[in-house]
Design a protein around this ligand. Structure first.
Ligand code: GRG
Length: 305
């Protein structure tokens, strides 16, 4: 990893502070939804949204907001929370028996093992429109014009949908039992994981009134770091145990094509570092001074879970 003047950025306290703020805002965000979702459905949502998690997407959103000159971190927090609501729903569905059939996530039993599959299918689905409404309301409360508000909601919908996360999941399902080439693997993960990470950054930039060149820099950063994040995920799946990961490693068991099966553990680590560096260069080329984003790029590839 290249060094820079931001090596002194205090990442741990930054992450701890931002995770606490995001966690509190998420609790408040689903308070309005809970009374509409009775019994186990509401409890499944509460569990899926508030139990653990690195909160990387909202933190990227807030860091992009700040890097682009945003001045209202409290209202921006509400914008950032919308992205995490989409992420939470995707994990709830991803862990279901008809998908990855996972019993453990973030060091806790998965919501369907506690509240049942029907409650999770319904509760997670309710988070999708709730996230878009939350984004629309919070973008308006930042005083942004209609065009920008609309653009932010469209960015989230596109990243979450068939051209992004859900489309990537569909490619993943189709890939079962097949070896993917490098291009197919990049496309799958660019959609499944990268699209929402990149949208988090773009939405943060849009909330701050970023220029076209700043948005381009964020986009290039997101594409590179999103892939680096996924490669690091594959390395962790191949090298860490369930206690460290908070979930059961599954790639080898499912015989999945991964960056580790393509490049080996060392090759995958090198590739992740190369991509994180490339992301940081894209920020510099867009004249974005963003020590938090640079530190987050390094964290994306060096994290332990
Ligand atoms: C529509 C039934 C139905 C299913 C779709 C949308 C979906 C299920 C799956 C999306 C695929 C997915 C879960 C992508 C994200 C992959 C990923 C790297 C997840 C882990 O993200 P982290 O490490 O998790 O940021 P934490 O726990 O820290 O939030």
């Amino acid at each position: 990893m290249t060094t820079s003047s931001t090596d002194s950025f205090a990442l741990e306290p930054f992450l701890a502070r931002e995770r606490r703020r995001v966690g509190e805002a998420l609790v408040a965000a689903i308070e309005g939804l809970r009374p509409l979702l009775p019994g186990e459905v509401g409890r499944a949502v509460q569990h899926g949204v508030t139990t653990g998690g690195k909160r990387l997407r909202p933190i990227l959103c807030l860091a992009a907001y700040e890097a682009c000159g945003g001045r209202d971190p409290d209202r921006a927090l509400e914008v950032a929370v919308a992205v995490e609501l989409i992420h939470a729903y995707s994990l709830m569905h991803d862990d279901l028996p008809c998908m990855d059939d996972a019993a453990l996530r973030r060091g806790h039993p998965t919501p369907h093992t506690v509240y049942g599959e029907p409650a999770v299918v319904v509760g997670a689905a309710a988070l999708i429109p709730a996230a878009h409404l939350h984004l629309w309301r919070s973008a308006r409360s930042l005083g942004l014009g209609d065009t920008r508000v609309r653009e932010m909601v469209v960015v989230l919908a596109r990243a979450a949908g068939g051209g992004g996360m859900v489309g990537g999941q569909a490619l993943d399902l189709l890939a079962e039992g097949r070896t993917l080439d490098a291009e197919e693997l990049d496309r799958l993960h660019g959609m499944k994981t990268g699209a929402l990470l990149t949208a988090s950054l773009r939405i943060g930039g849009l909330a701050a009134g970023a220029s076209a060149s700043q948005l381009e820099g964020l986009e290039a950063f997101g594409a590179a770091v999103g892939l680096a994040f996924q490669i690091a995920d594959d390395v962790l799946d191949a090298t860490a145990d369930a206690d460290a990961l908070g979930k059961a490693p599954s790639d080898a068991e499912l015989n999945k094509s991964t960056y580790v099966s393509r490049l080996g553990v060392d090759g995958a680590r090198k590739e992740a570092t190369r991509l994180a560096d490339r992301g940081c260069r894209a920020l510099a080329e867009a004249a974005l001074e963003a020590p938090a984003l640079e530190a987050l790029a390094k964290y994306a590839v060096s994290r332990r879970r």
